[in-house]
Design a protein around this ligand. Structure first.
Ligand code: HEC
Ligand code: HEC
Ligand code: HEC
Length: 202
């Protein structure tokens, strides 16, 4: 009884190892390929509206004094291998179905769909504690900000208000929250920030 069992265990270990050696890099390559701006922005009509949108192109996340650029995946995908892969598969297949069943080469069709998508993204960024923002921004280290801003961030931290509840309409052209969205997501009206217009750029 003992021997075959040991054989199976060794066998599965070796197969598991071989699969791992192959699958982990394959998964990383898959994630990497499907995260590039070229893939996210140009593989379907809907996203080409997003990537060519002047609000986005001129936002401080693309143009700033330090040359640090936030790409789609930096804000929209989790940072660890398993969750990122799952997000690619789940969101990718949903986006594919939506693209096949709508004609997003018509800007109006895309604009009509945005309100619902925006609500979903905002909701997700509240639920996950706006974790993608914190992968770049650490509020405790923000220097030279106005006293008022420091106070807002301290209050936000104390009251568990998420980045996106104040900083919505961050990079894409603004989507005005409906009354329902505003209440459901507890968006703070005082800080509504209209996406940076090209004229406001340094
Ligand atoms: C890849 C890194 C990165 C990620 C992810 C990121 N940011 Fe930024 N953020 C930056 C950089 C770089 C700037 C520009 C700083 C400068 O002006 O020099 C910036 C600027 C800002 C500003 C000030 C200018 C403005 O446009 O209002 C706010 C507010 C901000 N980010 C909030 C956020 C929020 C909220 C998120 C999450 C949805 C986020 N950031 C995600 C890097 C990032
Ligand atoms: C309670 C509302 C509130 C929350 C929540 C909040 N902020 Fe802010 N934040 C502000 C306000 C107000 C400003 C100033 C905006 C302006 O001057 O246009 C600001 C400014 C900033 C700036 C620019 C710094 C500067 O000196 O102008 C960055 C970067 C930023 N916030 C990132 C974040 C991130 C990341 C989070 C989440 C971890 C976050 N904020 C959460 C209200 C908030
Ligand atoms: C700096 C962070 C950031 C980057 C970079 C970013 N997004 Fe977004 N995105 C957001 C936020 C925040 C929302 C929620 C809407 C809002 O701004 O209030 C959003 C919303 C969306 C939506 C929902 C529809 C809409 O317009 O609101 C889509 C689709 C989207 N993003 C795709 C993309 C693609 C594709 C890229 C790259 C070409 C990208 N995003 C880059 C932060 C970002």
């Amino acid at each position: 009884m003992k021997k075959p069992l040991r054989k199976i265990t060794w066998g599965s270990l070796i197969i598991g190892f071989a699969l791992g050696v192959f699958l982990v890099p394959a998964t990383i390559t898959f994630n990497h390929f499907t995260s590039t701006e070229d893939f996210c922005g140009n593989s379907c009509h809907a996203m080409s509206w997003v990537i060519n949108d002047p609000s986005y192109i001129n936002s401080s996340h693309r143009k700033n004094g330090s040359g640090v650029v936030a790409t789609c995946k930096d804000c929209h995908l989790p940072n660890d291998l398993l969750r990122e892969t799952w997000a690619h598969i789940r969101d990718g297949s949903r986006d594919l179905i939506a693209s096949l069943s709508n004609d997003f080469s018509e800007k109006q069709t895309w604009e009509a769909r945005r309100q619902a998508l925006t609500y979903e993204v905002r909701k997700k960024m509240i639920a996950d504690n706006s974790e993608s923002c914190s992968s770049c921004h650490q509020l405790a280290f923000l220097e030279n900000t106005k006293e008022r801003v420091g106070r807002q961030h301290e209050l936000a931290n104390r009251n568990n208000v998420k980045c996106i509840q104040c900083h919505f309409n961050l990079v894409h052209s603004p989507v005005k929250p409906s009354v329902f969205d505003r209440e459901d997501l507890k968006l703070l009206p005082n800080y509504e920030r209209v996406s940076v217009a090209p004229a406001n750029q340094q």
